[in-house]
Design a protein. Structure first.
Lengths: 584, 342
């Protein structure tokens, strides 16, 4: 289809504005000197704010932490790298981190791709609710998920009681928890694009003699490939730097780099080993991102996107019904079951089922002096922080994505990779870095509320960029030209053409940013003020204390967090574009 | 008065000149059609005038003012894209009113204008329809209404009827011509279809490899193609080398009478199919194929000597495939092509 359109387009491909990645050098592809200079200026202007943001709130704190770990009075101690990496226990950590991340990614793809298809193409009752349900895990604090899986698969857990099987000492618990977490990443990123692919293109391939599978492989898969690659990359990054899940389910046997950094920092106070490991993780993530950039470079092509409402239909025939049933069953077992156990525990008070744990949340003293304020206030704090973080992430990520849409050289690709780094760098390091760098003039943010949203936005930006970029690049540059000929200035053309077309992606991006901000834990736990805890921080504090009341309250608060997320996501799902712009 | 003037406009992509030193003037209220095969640079010419394509050399003047440095949205021209490029996220009304909104003004003022334009293009009351629900012909009409809405001083059409079926195309050509003369619009269109160009234009400009091969009224171009390229592009195949002496040319098909005053010597000769007349005695040919064309029958003949020959004859008494016939040539349909190889 893409090729067909390119031929129809003939010599009319736009110059610099083209999002098309045709390898054929068409006439419109070589912009004049003036054009390219103007494009560079625009790109630099768009990149300025994201660059400043990352420099100040990411590079600087991380560099400061590494400096503190590796620099002594006698200078830099780079020989620490050799010492640390030569240790067999560290080598084990490296090996485990890598293969579990790979296994988790493959497993997530295998399990979630059918789900992405079902959500993209099938219409069934309760679809919106289910879409929100599969997204909830993504925003739960890792600590809570770890605990929920422990309750499901661990000693005395549901599986132990019913089948006598325990998985908490095996790597399967970690892998399943990772799938639980990342199911939504695939369903939303891949499924979102899939829903907008025109099914008639597969039909065209069928008519040309391709079998059902061949048509999918030759037509749909290549169109989806950039989204699949982007989503897989996200899953790999998350699982590579997995923290809470491995901390709880891995026990002493399994440890990822991130867990090891945390142990070295918080438990062993060995800052130099932590710094070495942070650098190793940083380098590994950098290498993965470079590889990713190299493989998917220029794969995004101009797709003809259609209204997702027109591509869905009720499942037909036994094969489609079985597929839908299988996906529903998977979601039920993998996602609903752990959440159900979580909810069940929140009501399971010593005196039978009741609201006891929830009532206790209104009382500041309930945590045995853990809190200065009633834990319930954490809900309001979390919402405010997450909203601010979402706004920041949308501005920074939106500008960055707009800059990246305009194709450029190596510099731009480096910028692309840089935006992804916060996902791979230890959140513990970032949070700790904030504390030691942003506490003195000219940037004394220690007492400012903005510190938490800034840290959370850092994790949100990559989502915004990854979600926006494929759609932004797929917008046909000639629509922009049509607007310009009709009298729209470049800015106006962007507002009138690009923005409405990407609004859906923008909403998805906002949802993601909001969700990760709500659930962010590693950095927030370091910088949230004691009298203004967020929900995940409050949960962790409660879990950290012994006693059934604290455990129950943690479950109750997690349930509330889960509900807050579900409600926010449902609202987002409802925020469909109005009738006149119903195309996207 | 000249509205659009191109002075030696060139566009180069690397080494290749897509538009090569083109001079062109379009007068007010005139409809000019640029005709050429794909890759001849005609679409690039439109993009240059719109400001979507930078020139490598030359000047573009609109109303006498040099357009260098004037951005696309300030040129006040309209462009109808080949594949329409309607905004998929807006309904028909919002597409048509887009250009009006860009110029400001109240919503109420352009609602009337949108209704008027949709009426004009034959889609009254279509304001609320989704773009995706339109057929190809309807999309084309909406694209036209959208381009006309801001009353551009110059309206440019890129293959305006290219994707439509034939019946619709023929009807729309007539409608467009009527519309443009009624509105007094100045139009610059490009097409690869000579029928479309001849029906639409006051003046036709034939392009080849970025250069202008011939310019003139449709009748001039049709009757006196300026070169073998133009002749062949117009669909004429009967072109042979000839030696002209007085009123007769010697060709592979034998002696052919030429119009009085034709240049003498080694020339190339075009015989339009209508000039190949079936007769009792003359050049003997075998009928290779016959194609019914509605008003006449097109014959492909293989003469005893020389290349195949295209001929036309009436419906009655048309020979069958395989028949042996004889032809002579009518001087009125014979053109001695100017040299130059272009």
């Amino acid at each position: 289809m893409d090729r067909a359109r390119r031929e129809v387009g003939g010599t009319k491909e736009p110059g610099a504005a083209s999002a098309d990645a045709a390898p054929v050098p068409g006439p419109g592809r070589v912009p004049g000197q003036g054009e390219s200079r103007r494009a560079t200026v625009v790109r630099l202007a768009l990149m300025a704010l994201p660059l400043a943001f990352f420099g100040l709130f990411f590079a600087y704190p991380v560099a400061a932490i590494v400096g503190r770990g590796l620099k002594t009075d006698t200078g830099w101690q780079f020989d620490r790298f050799g010492e640390v990496l030569a240790r067999p226990d560290i080598a084990d950590v490296l090996w485990f981190t890598t293969w579990q991340a790979l296994a988790s990614t493959v497993l997530t793809l295998l399990i979630a791709l059918p789900g992405a298809y079902v959500f993209a193409r099938f219409e069934f009752p309760g679809k919106q609710l289910l879409r929100a349900v599969v997204t909830v895990p993504f925003v739960l604090p890792t600590v809570v998920v770890g605990t929920a899986f422990l309750a499901l698969l661990g000693r005395g857990g549901l599986l132990d009681e019913t089948a006598g099987v325990r998985l908490d000492t095996t790597v399967w618990a970690i892998l399943l928890a990772h799938v639980f977490f990342n199911y939504a990443v695939i369903v939303r990123t891949v499924g979102g694009l899939w829903a907008q692919l025109d099914p008639r293109q597969e039909e065209a391939a069928r008519v040309l003699g391709a079998g059902r599978f061949a048509a999918w492989r030759k037509v749909t898969l290549p169109a989806l490939a950039p989204a699949v690659a982007a989503a897989s990359l996200m899953v790999f990054l998350f699982t590579f730097s997995s923290f809470g899940v491995v901390l709880i389910l891995g026990g002493p046997a399994y440890s990822t780099l991130e867990v090891e950094v945390y142990r070295q920092t918080a438990q062993l106070l060995d800052l130099s080993t932590a710094a070495v490991l942070t650098m190793v993780q940083f380098a590994a993530i950098g290498a993965i991102l470079a590889l990713h950039a190299w493989t998917v470079r220029r794969r995004e092509t101009a797709l003809r996107l259609v209204d997702p409402g027109r591509t869905t239909h009720r499942p037909r025939g036994w094969a489609q019904r079985t597929l839908l049933g299988g996906v529903l069953l998977t979601v039920g077992l993998l996602i609903v079951a752990p959440l159900a156990v979580l909810v069940e525990r929140s009501f399971d008070t010593p005196g039978g089922y009741g609201l006891g744990f929830y009532r206790a949340l209104q009382d500041a003293g309930a945590g045995g002096g853990t809190f200065l304020v009633p834990p319930l206030e954490a809900i309001w704090n979390s919402l405010q922080y997450a909203l601010a973080a979402t706004a920041i992430a949308l501005v920074i990520g939106g500008l960055a994505a707009a800059a990246l849409t305009r194709r450029g050289g190596r510099f731009v690709r480096g910028f692309d990779a840089m935006l992804m780094l916060p996902l791979g760098v230890s959140a513990v390091t970032v949070g700790f870095g904030f504390l030691i760098t942003l506490d003195e003039p000219p940037l004394d943010l220690r007492t400012s509320w903005i510190l938490v949203p800034l840290a959370q936005a850092l994790v949100g930006v990559p989502f915004v960029v990854r979600t926006m970029l494929p759609v932004l690049r797929a917008v046909d540059g000639r629509l922009r030209e049509a607007a310009a000929v009709l009298g729209a200035s470049p800015l106006r053309a962007w507002r009138e053409v690009d923005l409405p077309l990407v609004r859906r992606a923008l909403l998805i991006a906002a949802g993601f940013a909001f969700a990760v901000s709500l659930g962010e834990f590693g950095a927030t736990v370091f910088i949230a003020r004691p009298d203004q805890p967020t929900l995940p921080v409050a949960v962790a504090r409660l879990l950290g204390r012994a006693g059934e009341l604290n455990y129950g309250q943690a479950m109750a608060l997690s349930t509330i967090l889960m509900l807050v997320c579900a409600v926010s996501l449902l609202v987002l799902e409802r925020l469909r574009p109005d009738k006149t712009s119903g195309e996207f | 008065m000249t509205l659009l003037q191109l002075d030696g406009v060139s566009v180069r992509f690397g080494e290749r000149a897509v538009v090569d030193a083109v001079d062109l003037a379009v007068a007010e209220h005139e409809t000019v059609c640029v005709l050429g095969p794909s890759g001849s640079g005609k679409s690039t010419l439109l993009r240059v005038v719109a400001g979507l394509q930078q020139v490598s050399g030359g000047r573009v003047l609109l109303g006498g003012a040099d357009q260098a440095g004037v951005p696309v949205h300030r040129r006040g021209v309209g462009l109808m894209f080949q594949d329409h490029q309607l905004f998929p996220h807006r309904d028909v009304g919002a597409n048509v009113s887009f250009g009006l909104r860009m110029r400001g003004g109240g919503r109420a003022s352009y609602a009337a204008r949108v209704a008027e334009l949709l009426e004009l293009v034959g889609l009254p009351g279509a304001q609320g329809r989704a773009v995706a629900s339109l057929s190809g012909g309807e999309q084309q009409r909406v694209a036209l209404a959208r381009a006309l809405a801001p009353s551009p001083r110059l309206l440019m059409l890129d293959e305006p009827l290219g994707q439509l079926d034939r019946g619709l195309r023929e009807r729309l050509v007539v409608e467009l011509r009527g519309l443009f003369s009624r509105l007094g619009t100045t139009v610059l269109a490009v097409t690869h279809d000579q029928g479309e160009a001849f029906a639409l234009a006051d003046r036709v400009v034939v392009m080849r490899d970025g250069r202008i091969a011939q310019a003139g009224t449709p009748l001039e171009v049709w009757q006196r193609p300026a070169s073998e390229f133009v002749a062949r592009f117009l669909g004429f195949e009967n072109v042979v080398p000839a030696t002209v002496t007085g009123a007769v040319a010697a060709t592979a098909w034998g002696k052919v009478p030429v119009p009085a005053g034709s240049p003498e010597g080694e020339q190339r000769l075009l015989i339009r199919p209508a000039g190949v007349v079936l007769c009792e005695a003359g050049l003997r040919c075998e009928v290779v194929s016959r194609t019914f064309r509605g008003t006449h029958v097109a014959l492909l003949l293989r003469p005893e000597g020389g290349p195949v020959l295209e001929a036309e004859c009436g419906l009655a008494g048309a020979p069958a495939t395989g028949d042996r016939v004889a032809v002579s040539f009518a001087p009125a349909e014979v053109v001695v092509l100017p040299p130059g190889g272009c």
